[in-house]
Design a protein around this ligand. Structure first.
Ligand SMILES: C[S@@+](CC[C@H](N)C(=O)[O-])C[C@H]1O[C@@H](n2cnc3c(N)ncnc32)[C@H](O)[C@@H]1O
Length: 146
């Protein structure tokens, strides 16, 4: 159960690969992957394996319950999202597609984004030169513009 006073949220996690989704559902991460997590958040949201030989952490149930998983191919016509999203994290995926396809995909993301919603992308990805309603606010972060 989320603590009182917290902003309520849900996360929809998608991938084309069911293997990737099954792995993500386990919510288990090796120690090196959680190194950048600040100690306070680590204490609150990560459980260390009781087995001293396994240097792995699992996300606490409270957070796991806020995430739903769905297989989605970004090349499909309709994503079937029922609600707008405040933030879309799509890191290191659009690099697989050519520029016209990237532009089409980013415009589709914008259709599903709340006004003033954000898209986070990977460091080697950009919307530069594309006709998309996004304004850059940080190196890999874009905000939906009118
Ligand atoms: C390089 S990984 C990036 C994973 C993660 N976002 C990250 O930054 O660590 C690319 C992911 O894109 C997924 N992917 C590839 N083609 C896709 C498509 N057409 N639709 C949705 N996901 C796709 C792959 O299955 C893979 O999990």
């Amino acid at each position: 159960m989320l603590q009182r006073g917290r902003i309520p949220f849900t996360i929809l996690a998608t991938d084309i690969s069911t293997n990737v989704l099954e792995k993500a559902k386990l919510a288990i991460y090796e120690e090196e992957k959680v190194l950048p997590v600040p100690p306070e958040l680590k204490r609150k949201y990560l459980l260390k394996s009781k087995d001293p030989h396994k240097k792995v952490y699992r996300i606490v149930q409270e957070l796991r319950e806020s995430v739903s998983f769905r297989r989605l191919n970004f090349m499909d016509g309709d994503f079937g999202f029922r609600e707008h999203m405040d933030i879309i994290f799509c890191r290191n995926v659009i690099i697989y597609f050519d520029k016209p396809t990237q532009e089409k995909l980013l415009n589709r993301f914008c259709d599903y984004l709340s006004p003033d919603g954000y898209i986070f992308m990977g460091h080697s990805e950009t919307v530069l030169g594309m006709d998309v309603p996004l304004a850059q606010v940080a190196s890999t972060v874009y905000r939906r513009s009118a």
